[in-house]
Design a protein around this ligand. Sequence first.
Ligand SMILES: Nc1ncnc2c1ncn2[C@@H]1O[C@H](COP(=O)(O)OP(=O)(O)OP(=O)(O)O)[C@@H](O)[C@H]1O
Length: 265
Amino acid sequence: MPALEFKNVSCRFPVPGGIYTATENVSFSIGDGEFVSVVGPTGCGKSTILNAAAGLLKPADGEVLVYGKPLQGLNRRAGYMFQAESLMPWATALENVTMSLTFRGEDPKHARELGMSWLARVGLEKFPDRYPHELSGGMRKRVAMAQTLIADPDILLMDESFSALDIQTRQLMEDELLAIWQEKKKAVLFITHDLDEAIAMSDRVVVFSAGPASHPIGDFPITLDRPRNVAEIRMTPAFNECHAAIWNVLRDEVLKSYQQHRAAI
Ligand SMILES: Nc1ncnc2c1ncn2[C@@H]1O[C@H](COP(=O)(O)OP(=O)(O)OP(=O)(O)O)[C@@H](O)[C@H]1O
C-alpha cells in the first residue's frame, strides 16, 4: 500500500475575475520508504500539491490517501520541512528540537535525551543551548531537520528545504538527509526546482507540466546505486543519462512557463 497517493487531485484558487486551476487531475503515489521528487517550472503547483499532502489545503476535486485512508484535516503521519525558517527564535536549539515532544507531554528527561541524540545525529551536540540567531543558516537547517525527524513521522514532506543554503552546505545537508533516510526509510515527497538535486536524491522523479492545470507528464525511475554521495554521483555517466532524459521533457515546460510570464508582464 502506498504511503501517499494523489487520486485525480485538482486544486483551484479564487483570483480577481475568476478561479485559477493550479493543478488538474494529479495522480501519482509514493511507496512506503520511497524517495520521490517533484520537479516542474516555477508556479506549476509543486507547493500546492505538497500542501494538499500535508492537509493544509483541501483539493477542489479528487483525494489524497495516506496509507490507503482518505486524508481529512492535517496529515498526522507526516513531518514537514519548508524553505522558510521554522525555528522559534526564543527557544534554544535543544528546545526547538524537542518542542513537539514537549507539546505531547513527554517526560522532560526522555525528551532531553532524545533531543540530544538527534542534535548529535545532525552534528550539533556541542550547541544545544544556542539560540537560532547564534547559529549559521546551515546549522539552523540541521536543527529544523532534527525537529522534524524526532517525531518519527512515516512521511517526510520537504518543500525546497535546502534551496536557501550555499552549495557546499546544501550538499552536506543532502548527504545527511540521505544517510538518515537510508537508515529510517521514510516515504519522502521532495519538492525542488533543481533537477540535479532531484536526481541525486530520489528513487523517482515526477515532472509536472507548466500551469495552469498542471499535472504529471513524466515519471522517471532513478536506479543509480545507493548509498549515494550527491556531489560525486553528479559526475557519473548514468547520472547524465537520467538528466538528459528528464530535461528532454522538462525543457519544453520551462520554456512554456517562461513565455507565459513574459506575456503577462
Ligand atoms: N492562495 C493562492 N491564491 C491564488 N493563487 C495561488 C494561491 N496559491 C498558489 N497560487 C497559484 O497557483 C500556482 C501554483 O503555485 P505553487 O506555489 O504551488 O507553485 P510552485 O510550483 O511551488 O512554484 P515555485 O516553483 O515558484 O515555488 C501559481 O500560479 C500560484 O500563483
